[in-house]
Design a protein around this ligand. Structure first.
Ligand code: SF4
Length: 155
């Protein structure tokens, strides 16, 4: 790991700690799972950046699992395409908490840009390097989601 990757990773883990301490609970409809396009299987022809409904849920990548998780809890979900749209969505009034999946560098940049929005960050897995066929541990995404939903669950 390079020095800048180490700094990014420390920033992300510190941010998660702060957000965990101040985490308020919100209804699922005001929560957003945001994930990067590079999680999509690189040979998949489906245009999920235009419409997540395009995913055929074949299971070759975690887009299927992320969609199923969003449906399980009734939270919103969006794919980050690198443009301003994702940040606008994150910053919008209706969104009270975000579970963001990305590499540590993108997470740090996104966390700083979205301040003071409450964001739980989940670093992705990169078995093929950056930006291609990336992966994520679904248990970690669900765990971070429950940080925002815990009280809802107990009601
Ligand atoms: S789950 Fe299958 S259809 Fe959906 S994005 Fe991944 S590879 Fe494409």
């Amino acid at each position: 790991m390079t020095i800048s990757e180490t700094i990014d990773a420390k920033f992300v883990s510190l941010s998660n700690l702060v957000n965990r301490l101040r985490a308020a609970k919100h209804p699922p409809s005001s929560l957003l799972i945001l994930f990067p396009h590079c999680i999509q299987y690189s040979k998949c022809p489906q245009k999920i950046t235009l419409d997540l409904g395009e995913c055929k849920r074949c299971g070759k990548c975690k887009v299927k699992n992320l969609l199923e998780l969003s449906e399980k809890y009734g939270v919103q979900i969006a794919v980050a395409t690198g443009g301003r749209l994702a940040l606008q969505k994150v910053k919008s009034e209706e969104i009270r908490g975000v579970i963001a999946v990305a590499c540590e560098k993108e997470l740090r940049i996104g966390l700083m840009a979205a301040l003071p929005k409450a964001i739980m960050a989940v670093p992705n897995l990169r078995p093929h390097g950056y930006c291609k066929d990336t992966d994520v541990t679904m248990e970690e995404v669900e765990k971070q989601l429950l940080m925002f939903l815990e009280d809802q669950e107990n009601k």
